[in-house]
Design a protein around this ligand. Structure first.
Ligand code: CMP
Length: 139
């Protein structure tokens, strides 16, 4: 079925001018960018967005990283978009990411791993609504 998923191009990638190269990977795989904006995330926004990880040892580091440079938040639409995006991104740790994936090609470490993508339909819906209004999604 046609799905929507939420994506973040993270600070390590925006800083190295990789926004276009990453979007090209999405588009080549058949995902369509139906919303996109470059933002400077606030600490409060990062803490709420990653709230599920608040008890993890890397939470502070993760939030500091996400506000260290601008990010590009996007909504991607396509057939099986959630799983497809996860496939294109590759494993969270670039050392484990399959060749050709975004993280294999561009990520620097498990923290500086270039992209975020929703992991399930419920989180996709919540993450999209956290950063975009319905009017900003132009399919
Ligand atoms: P993301 O998909 O954005 O969701 C949570 C993030 O936490 C994950 O990608 C990683 O970038 C980050 N993360 C996971 N494990 C670690 C770790 N050990 N150290 C720092 N960041 C981590």
């Amino acid at each position: 079925a046609i799905q929507r998923t939420f994506s973040i191009i993270k600070p390590d990638a925006t800083k190295r001018n990789l926004t276009g190269a990453i979007v090209a990977k999405f588009e080549e795989a058949g995902l369509r960018v139906i919303a996109s904006k470059r933002i400077q995330m606030t600490l409060a926004q990062a803490q709420v967005f990653y709230g599920v990880h608040k008890d993890r040892p890397f939470f502070g580091e993760l939030c500091d990283f996400m506000i260290s440079e601008p990010v590009v938040v996007q909504v991607l639409e396509g057939e099986n978009a959630i799983a497809k995006n996860r496939e294109i991104m590759g494993a969270t740790n670039p050392a484990d990411a399959a060749p050709g994936t975004i993280r294999a090609e561009f990520a620097l470490s498990v923290g500086e791993n270039s992209v975020h993508g929703s992991d399930a339909p419920e989180t996709a819906a919540a993450e999209i609504a956290y950063f975009f209004s319905g009017l900003e999604l132009v399919g």
